[in-house]
Design a protein around this ligand. Structure first.
Ligand SMILES: Cc1cc2nc3c(=O)[nH]c(=O)nc-3n(C[C@H](O)[C@H](O)[C@H](O)COP(=O)(O)OP(=O)(O)OC[C@H]3O[C@@H](n4cnc5c(N)ncnc54)[C@H](O)[C@@H]3O)c2cc1C
Length: 652
């Protein structure tokens, strides 16, 4: 199947329209991509203040009792149910309003404390944590806090703080990573007082139980400079409105206690004042919501790493095979050491992102995306390594272990629960695209005016493009200089700092020459772009880890052990960086292209014999029943929908 260029361009245009175009504040990582390692942006590491820390500590201690009393994580997983009594107890403890300002009845937590609590809940029961974050990281409170009118905040935030569960509805059966193809519509009524919503939303966490939802829907397109511009708008929807229906509750590999479903909107009448921001701003609102929304995920991933480290070290000592504790066998020792060093780095990027969000003054869109990508990939590797260290016990459920009197460590559940984090709130691949676009913004700004019709190209070339690159490019070949002052880091760790500066310049100039080589075709070289993103991510993680280690050292119980952890992570990161630079220069990506083209063309079907490929009869029956039921419902509904003509463009 060929790429449909027109469709693809439309998706790219929608994504571009929804970008935050301005960089109002400095970005540490954007500077790294442009060849400038500004150590002062992350050093001294912005540790949480003692006062704020105390608030978090007290709350977490209080919550421990609530969780232990009302939630049995194994039971939640087995029964795929978080009991109503638990939801009420969490409400009583104020969990649903942690991020809502005090003036609206919430707890007014900082991003750091909110993330600490989510990480703590996640280390107890990941399903419960998903309920909380779907409500507060991306659900109604977050976009309302940033974009809501005073009236909307006064109407909804107190209710949400008390425990009215909310959800975030973007995904549809046909629309995952590419919202440009959204088919849910919101048609304005003739008097302009309402919008009528029609469509379906899929996999909406909390959706089946939510009282209030954010729903993204298409409003009529507008014409800008003779070109149709699709409009996606964000609506607050009360789920008791007639026409809202939960079609199906979905069931998953992990986080089995969540309520997540396929939702139907059939002529759902929403007051016009429930639009968040301006019509057409919906996707931008969703993306900005996700910028900070993503920050609780890294903290939870770090918590998973800590649990794996504690239990892993214990098991590596206790379990003896082949005449020695398994932790003394080098291949297992490597797993344990990687769990430890990755966990330090995950913590560093998680808390750096949260502190940056709390303190303001920095643009953290790339840092948040990198933190999400870096910690979830590492979190899944750690969960897998930990299961491997536990051997057969890793594959056995905690309940089964408990029933035969062994320590019930839920390694298999942790692995199942962790995996979703690489899919939701931006898949690994979409994070790569997002980070790459933002990382290249410096160059896109110089190049775009030369490629866009209209305007004086010669004027731009001589007044902006040429002077910019004449000054910028030579700098990328000069030796890196900078003040990388540290008080506590040992020699091995100090030696990593100038390497970040050096690699940052190499990254900037390599990206420049790669762009010059591929020009518009670069967009199709996703693997090379990913190499660049991975280099930038490792540089970010190294800087964060070195600064974090420096901050932790004065109070560390064993300073040498901490320095070794940091050094191992940075040494490994530098090896990955070198491998990624090498892969940009010399690779066999064209062989992947070739083989995947063959696979897409069905050329390998002939050797995939000898396996069962039919749908088993039981599942076939279920599928047929649901297809019939959907078809009947759809045809009945279609007759009642507003005319398609409502979506013809209206000239602006
Ligand atoms: C448990 C769970 C909870 C969820 N909760 C919510 C929620 O609360 N609200 C909500 O709105 N949604 C939610 N989702 C949906 C989730 O956000 C989507 O699954 C996710 O955005 C990916 O979309 P998709 O599954 O359709 O994958 P697709 O977009 O179809 O992608 C499939 C694969 O192709 C890759 N791919 C796609 N485009 C590109 C590209 N341009 N370049 C390279 N690779 C590409 C993807 O990375 C992925 O690996 C949830 C999903 C699950 C499973």
């Amino acid at each position: 199947m060929q790429i449909d260029d027109k469709n693809k361009q439309e998706s790219l245009d929608v994504a571009e329209d929804s970008r935050e175009t301005e960089w109002q504040s400095p970005s540490f990582v954007a500077e790294l991509f442009s060849g400038r390692f500004i150590w002062e942006h992350v050093h001294p590491f912005p540790l949480q203040s003692a006062e704020d820390r105390q608030i978090g500590d007290t709350y977490i201690e209080k919550l421990r009792g609530v969780l232990e009393k009302h939630i049995d994580p194994s039971e939640v997983d087995r029964t795929a149910d978080l009991p109503q009594s638990a939801i009420a107890a969490l409400a009583e403890a104020g969990v649903w309003g942690m991020k809502i300002p005090k003036e609206y009845g919430g707890l007014g937590f900082s991003q750091t404390n909110y993330s600490r609590v989510c990480a703590f809940i996640s280390s107890y029961c990941a399903s419960t944590s998903a309920w909380v974050t779907a409500h507060q990281s991306i659900g109604v409170p977050q976009p309302l806090k940033i974009f809501g009118t005073k009236a909307q905040k006064e109407k909804y935030l107190p209710r949400l703080a008390k425990g009215a569960i909310s959800a975030f509805g973007l995904t549809e059966p046909g629309v995952g990573s590419d919202p440009a193809k959204m088919s849910t519509t919101a048609t304005p009524t003739e008097d302009g007082k309402h919008y009528i919503l029609n469509g379906q939303k899929l996999w909406i966490t909390n959706g089946p139980v939510a009282e209030i939802m954010i729903v993204m829907a298409r409003t009529p397109s507008i014409m800008v400079k003779g070109k149709e511009r699709k409009q996606i708008s964000a609506f607050i929807v009360e789920t008791d409105t007639p026409g809202f229906d939960v079609v199906h509750r979905c069931d998953f590999l992990g986080i089995r206690g969540i309520q997540n479903g396929l939702l139907n909107f059939e002529n759902v009448k929403v007051p016009a004042e429930n639009i968040i921001g301006k019509p057409g701003d919906g996707l931008k609102i969703a993306l900005i919501t996700l910028n900070t929304g993503r920050l609780s995920i890294p903290a939870a991933a770090g918590a998973g790493g800590k649990a794996a480290l504690l239990h892993g070290a214990k098991w590596c000592n206790e379990r003896e095979q082949w005449g020695a504790p398994i932790g003394k066998h080098q291949n297992t020792a490597v797993r344990l050491a990687r769990i430890a060093s990755s966990t330090l780095a995950m913590e560093a990027v998680a808390w750096l992102g949260c502190s940056m969000a709390d303190q303001g003054g920095m643009d953290i869109r790339i840092e948040a995306a990198m933190a999400k990508y870096f910690t979830t990939v590492n979190g899944c590797m750690i969960a897998d390594d930990f299961l491997q260290i536990r051997g057969g016990r890793g594959y056995e459920t905690a309940e089964s272990l408990a029933k035969r009197g062994e320590e019930p460590i839920p390694a298999e559940r942790n692995l199942r629960d962790a995996r979703i984090s690489r899919i939701v709130e931006g898949t690994d691949e979409i994070m790569h695209l997002f980070i790459a676009r933002e990382a290249m913004d410096l160059h896109v700004r110089q190049i775009m005016p030369l490629m866009t019709p209209g305007g004086s190209k010669a004027g731009h070339f001589f007044k902006s493009f040429l002077p910019f690159y004449a000054a910028w490019l030579p700098k990328q070949f000069l030796p890196a200089t900078g003040n990388y002052a540290t008080k506590h880091l040992n020699g091995a760790n100090q030696a990593h700092l100038p390497q970040i500066a050096k690699a940052s310049k190499r990254l900037a100039r390599t990206m420049f020459f790669t762009m010059a080589k591929y020009q518009q075709k670069l967009e199709r070289e996703q693997v090379i772009m990913s190499n660049f993103v991975d280099i930038g991510t490792d540089l970010f993680a190294m800087a964060a880890t070195l600064a974090y280690t420096e901050a932790l050292l004065p109070a560390a119980a064993d300073k040498e052990a901490l320095q070794d952890l940091c050094d191992l992570f940075c040494t490994e990161a530098r090896e990955r960086i070198a491998a990624n630079f090498k892969a940009v220069k010399k690779n066999h990506n064209h062989k992947f292209d070739k083989v995947s083209r063959h696979a897409l063309a069905g050329k390998y079907g002939w050797f995939c014999d000898g396996i069962y490929t039919d749908v088993p009869p039981g599942l076939q029956k279920l599928m047929n029943q649901s297809i019939d039921a959907f078809a009947a419902k759809q045809s009945a509904a279609k007759t009642q929908r507003p005319a398609e003509a409502a979506y013809e463009t209206v000239a602006k």
